[in-house]
Write a protein that binds this ligand. Structure first.
Ligand code: GTP
Length: 300
């Protein structure tokens, strides 16, 4: 049996190149649940695709554009460095657009990435096939692309090819997100993600992607606020120390940041209660997995 693969894929590109259209084709309805609500987050999840042999989590990286001022410059640095945490970065362009300074700037920044970089040339339905080669050549020397995939997100041509290539680059890994969690409890799932994103944003590279957040309940109201209890699981004591911080300052910061976004998402006041727990090798622990809604067989 082939081993299950999973990983994170960042989808980049200038506005209008067709990123949302591609996501919709790949993920279908689940994106409709995810994206409008998760809009406020920086590295938002655009969609999760799960099939029998792989799970692909697509992330959008809105901070990546040509900087115009110092704040943009700062955002860009953070956004670019987050690309080192993903398994594949995809740079998407539109076949009917010529390469421009914006593309060159971003590709130049991407040059130092260790992550494999794909070039996806979308909207091939808009050009004559003879012109495709010119497009490919214009981009080819701007970066060290691991794969170049021309496709049409609206017509579907070559989209399967992209999936095959993505899977071939993904590492063996667990199913991070059970599919039913996406459809049956989208709010629990997204709230957990908002908390997890704050942890990654504030602790940077010190706490890896393997942090799990379980929203235990969000059904009761107290003093006009929705009470949300969530537990942050890490797999080492040192990570627990980082997440809690000196005098619990980090946990407070994570809680405040996440609470604001959750309130914006749910449209009501929230009392967010966070706990941090060490669960060594949580991926190998059947009890933990069952509680988190994972199925042991999903991981094998
Ligand atoms: N002809 C053609 N049009 C496409 C294709 N893919 C996307 N489009 C169109 O391009 C336009 C922009 O597509 P979006 O998916 O919104 O682009 P985006 O990259 O998500 O844009 P932002 O959200 O602004 O970053 C829409 O009108 C799409 O219908 C394609 O393969 N062929």
């Amino acid at each position: 049996m082939t081993e299950f693969k999973s990983g994170f894929v960042a989808l980049l590109g200038r506005p209008n190149v067709g990123k949302s259209t591609l996501m919709n084709r790949l993920v279908g309805e689940k994106v409709a649940i995810m994206s409008p609500k998760a809009q406020t987050t920086r590295n938002k999840i655009q969609g999760v695709i799960t099939d029998s042999d792989a799970q692909i989590v697509f992330l959008d990286t809105p901070g990546i554009h040509k900087p115009k001022n110092d704040l943009d410059q700062y955002m860009d640095k953070a956004a670019f460095s987050s690309l080192n945490e993903v398994d594949i970065a995809i740079y998407m362009t539109s076949a009917d657009d010529k390469i421009g300074p914006g593309d060159r700037y971003i590709l130049n920044e991407l040059a130092s990435l260790k992550t494999p970089l794909f070039l996806v040339i979308n909207k091939i339905d808009l050009i004559h096939p003879d012109d495709l080669l010119t497009q490919i050549l214009a981009f080819k020397d701007e970066a060290n692309f691991a794969e170049v995939i021309p496709l049409s997100a609206t017509q579907g041509n070559n989209v399967e090819e992209l999936m095959t290539e993505i899977k071939s680059y993904l590492p063996v890994g667990p199913k991070y997100y059970p599919d039913d969690q996406l459809t049956d409890h989208p709010e629990y799932f997204i709230v957990g993600e908002l908390i997890r994103e704050k942890i990654l944003e504030f602790t940077r590279d010190e706490v890896p992607h393997s942090t799990a957040v379980i929203v235990e309940d969000m059904n009761t109201h107290q003093q006009g606020k929705l009470v949300i209890n969530a537990v942050i699981y890490v797999d080492r004591d040192s990570q627990k120390g980082i997440v809690i911080g000196k005098g619990a300052a980090m946990l407070k910061k994570i809680g405040i940041g996440a609470r604001r976004e959750i309130e914006a998402l749910l449209g009501e006041k929230v009392n967010l209660k966070l706990q941090v727990s060490v669960q060594r090798n949580w991926r190998d622990n059947p009890l933990f997995l069952a509680r988190a809604g994972y199925n042991q067989k999903d991981l094998n």
